[in-house]
Ligand binder design. Structure first.
Ligand code: ADP
Ligand code: MG
Length: 387
């Protein structure tokens, strides 16, 4: 995010609220390199931050009022009373930032109000976590302004609580942690059980490669219900196997675990995805750490097959991106995010960006799908003060 964006957001803040903001903060969206649907199974994920960010100009208030405005929503500021914030009371976009205020207060932090103006370049609803960017940018601003002294992972936990309880979306911890904790030039190897983390150098450009994000621009309407079913299925699998979470099934014990599940065919498929996906994350980490970056391509493809065939959350658009990109010479490709639409990632040699992008666009046109939006994802900085 350039200074220009911080300045624009600051100017708009002055127009709206008639005073300088006390500061400007930025928090990115994310792409998950590998480790899908593992975050609510206490497993491993490996996201990196996008250059796309939510940027917020914020000032404190001392009268218990919270004013929220988004440059991307055609309406004036929304005014709320901090003391009245309650889970489920808000079905609009404002639930994300006001949920953060609610979660901070519920955790015992004294907040007496704020004026917030924000703008975001994270595509909304594309599986790139525009919602987490919104939460984390507000959380970080309040953390600084109210001198709460919370660490990135603590802010992430509170943002997740805001989204789970206040907004009512049963998301895992990956998105908020990625937005809060990622570092430029790195992917974040995160253990979602205890939030221990390791920054893994991930500088594709230096090695002559690129990572493309292909936003299919579709979101199939049943996605939320299906997400809930997968979560419930994973929990049932863990219960049947007598473990706290599927994370506790070692890869070496997978066959025995599947046998124990007997004729629970659907549960067996879910368990197989989670257990093999955790192993794939560990494999990608060791490949990247040993400098064998190109070898992660086939692991991404395995991950896609597992999401498509075992977890069953892909869709024709995502499969078409992956199949077409691989046929056009990509090193690897997989759907990323929750599934049933959203985005796919494609690992390519730098010279193949153009032919692969064109092949995907042509295949979408031939299939009668919407024109996909493709961009290069450079691993970027996590949440930070920007002005
Ligand atoms: P994702 O996080 O994958 O982008 P979600 O459905 O979780 O998708 O979050 C999208 C929602 O976040 C939007 O419907 C909107 O309520 C909110 N949102 C995202 N960006 C903005 C923005 N710039 N201004 C206001 N609300 C936003
Ligand atoms: Mg989201």
């Amino acid at each position: 995010m350039g200074e220009a964006v911080a300045e624009t957001v600051g100017e708009r803040f002055r127009e709206l609220y008639g005073a300088e903001p006390e500061g400007v903060w930025a928090a990115p969206g994310r792409v998950n390199l590998i480790g899908e649907h593992t975050d609510y199974n206490d497993g491993f994920v490996m996201p990196f931050a996008l250059p796309h960010t939510a940027v917020a100009a914020v000032s404190r208030r001392d009268d218990g009022i919270l004013r929220l405005h988004s440059a991307d929503i055609a309406a004036g500021p929304v005014e709320l009373r901090v003391a009245d914030l309650a889970p489920g009371s808000d079905k609009a976009w404002t639930a994300y930032p006001s949920g953060v205020v609610w979660a901070l207060r519920e955790a015992g932090h004294e907040l007496t109000g704020a004026d917030v103006h924000l703008a975001s370049t994270v595509p909304s609803g594309a599986g790139l976590s525009s919602s987490a960017a919104l939460e984390v940018v507000v959380a970080l601003a309040l953390n600084d302004l109210y001198s709460l002294g919370l660490r990135g992972w603590q802010l992430a936990r509170l943002c997740q609580r805001a989204e789970n309880v206040y907004v009512g979306a049963p998301v895992g911890i990956m998105d908020q942690t990625a937005s809060a904790c990622c570092e430029a030039g790195h992917a974040l190897f995160l253990d979602t059980r205890d939030l221990s983390q390791r920054q893994i150098p991930f500088d594709l450009a230096a090695e002559g490669m690129r990572l493309l994000v292909v936003d299919t621009r579709v979101k199939h309407s049943h996605s939320e219900g299906e997400y809930g079913k997968r979560r419930a299925g994973c929990e049932k699998g863990a219960a049947l196997l007598g473990v706290d979470a599927l994370r506790d099934v070692p890869y070496a014990d997978l066959d025995a675990a599947l046998e124990r599940l007997g004729d629970e065919e659907e549960i067996r498929r879910l368990v197989r995805h989670i257990v093999t996906e955790n192993e794939r994350v560990e494999r990608v980490v060791s490949l990247l750490e040993s400098g064998d970056t190109r070898a992660i391509g086939p692991v991404l493809v395995e991950g896609h097959a597992s999401l498509r065939d075992d977890f069953r959350i892909s869709c024709p658009e995502l499969d078409l991106v992956v199949d077409t990109a691989l046929a056009a010479g990509a090193l690897g490709a997989r759907m990323t995010g929750g599934g049933f639409g959203g985005s796919a990632i494609v690992l390519v040699e730098a010279a193949d960006v153009e032919p692969v992008t064109r092949a995907v666009r042509d295949a979408f046109a031939a299939a009668g799908f919407k024109t996909p939006r493709t961009f290069e994802a450079v691993p970027s900085a996590g949440a930070r003060r920007a002005g």
